[in-house]
Design a protein around this ligand. Structure first.
Ligand code: AVJ
Length: 323
């Protein structure tokens, strides 16, 4: 169990240091996308969400806007909402408003995010706006095992997971099943509202991760700048390029930082070689089919009850009951 205290610095930084050391010493080189989200990375991600090519955020918002009353009915009264990777706490406001409008006031809201300062600031704003709601932010890595605070697990409230934004896609398909199995156990008696990006025409997917303004490239490259600033490494961003492509066999977008020449990077007293064309794999963004999601629910201890899509079936919001 990791019940991390609030406060940045040593833990987050040494975690990043050891993850990057391990990533660079590995073949192929690969690091978790969770290290994108320092303050700059979080701000860049917010900009990605507004890009014309990046359809997931606005498509999910449209689905939520069209079907929130139905989703509120699924969730019911006395929810103890737990949001995984809560970010800027924008989406939860719509859900909260829908629950209050339907007379289904939730009891508590537990936003979980790894980006501590961003989370604390956003939670303070939310408390002001919803004074009747018990808001308990948890600054932790939800990809690791953790326990919910006591207030969020006591009866008769219903534990409801909220996992929008296709963040599930950052897990490999195997990790996603493991995470969901564990989540189903902690949500027993309640359920999970899950937003997932769907398999679609490769050109649309490619454009969403290769925007003309270069914001996604900057988001990817920020990982190296963060390492230089926090860990004193000497990545030369002039000799790395953003590479994002659809891996059809795995049904996922892969993001890489590709070295454009043979070079050696130093990090905490160690030298790491990159061959020309070698990459650091920074993110997987897995896409799902509706059939795949149905099977995934059943395999991980959920009962898939309802799902909603946009007209083009680019994105899906799923309601799964935890058995
Ligand atoms: C936040 C993981 C859903 O995979 O689309 C956006 C992150 N990476 N552009 C995604 C991301 C590049 C995003 N998720």
């Amino acid at each position: 169990m990791h019940r991390l205290a609030f406060g940045k610095g040593f833990h987050a930084m040494s975690d990043f240091a050891s993850a990057l050391q391990a990533a660079l010493g590995q073949h192929p080189k690969q690091i978790s996308p969770k290290y994108f989200y320092d303050a700059k990375g979080s701000a860049l991600f917010d900009r990605i969400c507004d890009l014309p090519e990046y359809y997931p955020t606005r498509t999910e918002q449209a689905i939520l806007a069209a079907h929130l009353p139905a989703m509120a009915e699924c969730i019911g009264a006395h929810a103890q909402l737990v949001e995984f990777g809560a970010g800027s706490l924008v989406k939860i406001r719509r859900l909260l408003d829908a629950l209050y409008a339907a007379g289904l006031a939730p009891d508590a809201y537990v936003p979980i995010d790894i980006s501590t300062e961003h989370l604390i600031r956003a939670a303070e704003d939310l408390k002001q706006q919803y004074p009747a709601l018990a808001v308990t932010p948890l600054a932790l890595d939800y990809t690791q095992a953790f326990s919910l605070p006591v207030a969020a697990t006591s009866s008769p409230a219903r534990p409801i997971g909220f996992f929008p934004g296709s963040t599930l896609g950052n897990f490999s398909k195997t990790e996603a099943a493991q995470f969901l199995t564990q989540t189903a156990r902690s949500l027993q008696g309640g359920g999970l509202l899950l937003g997932v990006d769907l398999v679609k025409d490769e050109r649309i997917l490619h454009a969403a991760y290769n925007d003309a303004a270069g914001v996604t490239a900057a988001f990817n490259m920020n990982l190296l700048l963060r390492a230089n600033a926090e860990l004193g490494s000497n990545f030369d961003v002039n000799y790395f390029e953003h590479d994002a492509f659809y891996n059809q066999a795995e049904q996922r977008i892969e993001m890489h930082l590709r070295s454009t020449r043979a070079q050696t990077v130093s990090l905490l007293g160690q030298a790491y070689d990159f061959a020309a064309g070698e990459s650091l794999h920074t993110e997987n963004s897995c896409k799902y089919t509706l059939e795949g999601l149905h099977d995934l629910a059943l395999r991980t201890g959920f009962e898939p009850v309802a799902h909603w899509e946009d007209e083009r079936s680019w994105f899906s919001v799923q309601w799964w009951r935890a058995k």
